[in-house]
Design a protein around this ligand. Structure first.
Ligand code: BES
Ligand code: ZN
Ligand code: ZN
Length: 508
């Protein structure tokens, strides 16, 4: 993807489409750029707009796109894009509207666009440009898939995604923001490729290799990978228990970015990295297993956060810890009813082998508490089917033992459109996790599953400020929605980056 800026409109390069933003006023479309700008672009442009506007076909509603064919000198199509009523325009509606434009380009196989930025004084310029480019770039992704045949590849839609966006008459600052959005979207796409990829390809060792790649390409990043032997030596016994049924070794990946080495402030992000979740001996039924290659979404997102932070040279310290393994079924699988001990020394009775995520996360959280002096920890995991039942596929469950941290995350949720809903760590449910034979049981009955999983994790964080994001509903979508593409959404990367960046402004 190339993004460029043409301060002198006349010097712009040719493109498949010229995009002009409008708002809606009394059910009529109203230009959101100066008419002098249009004149500068092409003297005939205003005249060209008359017919589509007079027809009433286009009223400037949010996300409305009308394409008009023109014979201007540099573009063959004119897109009128509606952003909705001026007083109702927000960064979220801007993102959604521009996402519609990207989808129109995909349908029409338009790869290069020339863009006039909307002029909206109600929204800070920086935020506006950021929202425009998030809207354009976030849905501009198609999983390449595994099509081998040449003719199939020709029709693979990823060949048709937008590859160049030119801002017309933008400032240096506009271009900088656009390029930052691009870097973030590229990190998100890295995570999406990992999540969408075959489980047989995206193994713990593959994730470790990707982490080492991030270390190589990004300044300030170090990758440490514990192999099975080292995992045994460190006593990460719950990760080992989950791994028992798999012929593929586990990997415990630590990816550290020091963007502000002077500061001790340091956030640890733990990402669930189950590369395939069969459920283990409590085998998942048909219909419940087909998407379980995505059960490492938390790990992929955590890695993408470090990748983006380092690529942008952001001034904070963050470490991603990725406990990765398959949860397989075989004669050597770990067993329901048996008791295993992890890094913390607490013994855990296994209630159900399909509740494997909390086990690997608890080892990672207790490892971080003991070894990394985290200022705060956030884990992100496709942890429970019940959070998807409760909140659906657009809202992620948030749990926290710290109100300040929870509020900061809620603030980032509102700014990024990656919606969170805080759910309670309801203490009286804790007794459901009592075990007669161990310190704690991994599951506790059939109600409140997402809360119980969070209560289990809480036992391993001591007094470190901690938040848990259950992305089981939001990590993956069957249909494209808002500015998220089909399949892996990459949910969480923008939320966490926004959170870390805002925090870094308060801790210089
Ligand atoms: N990976 C699943 C959770 C999941 C379900 C993610 C659906 C995405 C979509 C997790 O390991 C799991 O199976 N959890 C069980 C826990 C239960 C056995 C206590 C669940 O939620 O059903
Ligand atoms: Zn499971
Ligand atoms: Zn799982």
């Amino acid at each position: 993807m190339i993004i460029d800026n043409f301060p002198h409109l006349k010097n712009r390069k040719p493109a498949g489409m010229l995009v002009i933003p409008f708002c809606a006023e009394h059910k009529k479309a109203k230009l959101l750029v100066e008419s002098a700008t249009l004149k500068e672009l092409s003297p005939s442009l205003e005249g060209l707009l008359e017919a589509p506007l007079a027809s009433g076909d286009f009223s400037g509603k949010e996300g409305e796109v009308v394409v008009h064919y023109i014979s201007a000198d540099k573009e063959s199509r004119l897109a009128l894009l509606g952003l909705g009523k001026l007083e109702e325009i927000t960064v979220e509606t801007v993102r959604k509207a521009f996402a519609q434009l990207t989808r129109t380009c995909h349908k029409k196989k338009i790869k290069e666009i020339n863009l006039l930025l909307p002029e909206i004084t109600e929204i800070k310029r920086e935020e506006l440009v950021h929202a425009v480019f998030e809207g354009l770039l976030l849905p501009n992704y198609v999983f390449k898939g595994y099509k081998e045949r040449e003719e199939a590849q020709d029709t693979t839609p990823e060949n048709d995604i937008i590859s160049r966006i030119a801002i017309l008459g933008g400032t240096k600052g506009d271009l900088e923001i656009a390029l930052k959005s691009l870097t973030i979207s590229e990190s998100i796409n890295m995570a999406r490729d990992l999540i969408n990829g075959n489980a047989d390809d995206i193994t713990p060792q593959h994730l470790a290799a990707v982490a080492r790649g991030v270390e190589k390409t990004c300044k300030g990043v170090t990758a440490t990978v514990f192999d099975k032997k080292r995992i045994q030596k460190e006593g990460l016994g719950l990760l080992l228990a989950v791994n028992q049924g798999s012929h593929i070794d586990p990997a415990f990946i630590i990816l550290q970015y020091k963007g502000n080495p002077r500061l001790s402030d340091h956030t640890v992000i733990v990402g669930k990295g189950i590369t395939f979740d069969t459920g283990g001996l409590n085998l998942k039924p048909t219909g419940g297993m087909e998407e379980m290659k995505r059960d490492m979404a938390g790990a992929a997102v955590a890695m993408a956060v470090v990748h983006a932070a380092a690529s942008l040279n952001l001034k904070f310290n963050v470490t991603a810890i990725l406990p990765t393994t398959e949860n397989s079924i075989s004669s050597s699988s770990y067993k329901p009813g048996d008791v295993y001990k992890g890094f913390s020394g607490k013994s855990v009775e296994i209630g159900n082998t399909d509740a494997e995520g909390r086990l690997v996360l608890s080892d990672a959280l207790s490892y971080a508490v003991a070894n990394l002096k985290p200022t705060r920890m956030i884990d992100i995991a496709t942890l429970t089917g019940s959070v998807r039942m409760a909140l659906g596929t657009e809202i992620c469950g948030l749990y926290s033992n710290n109100d300040v941290l929870a509020d900061q995350l809620m603030g980032s949720s509102i700014e990024t459109g990656e919606w969170l809903c805080r759910l309670p760590l309801h203490e009286s449910y804790r007794e459901l996790l009592k075990s007669d034979i161990a310190d704690i049981k991994s599951t506790g009955g059939s109600y409140g599953g997402s809360i119980l999983a969070a209560l289990f994790l809480k036992e391993f964080v001591k007094d470190v400020p901690w938040a848990h994001l259950d992305i089981a509903g939001t990590a993956y979508a069957h249909d494209a929605k808002r500015y998220f593409p089909k399949y892996s959404t990459g949910f969480g990367v923008r939320l966490l980056l926004n959170f870390l960046e805002k925090l870094s402004h308060t801790k210089k």
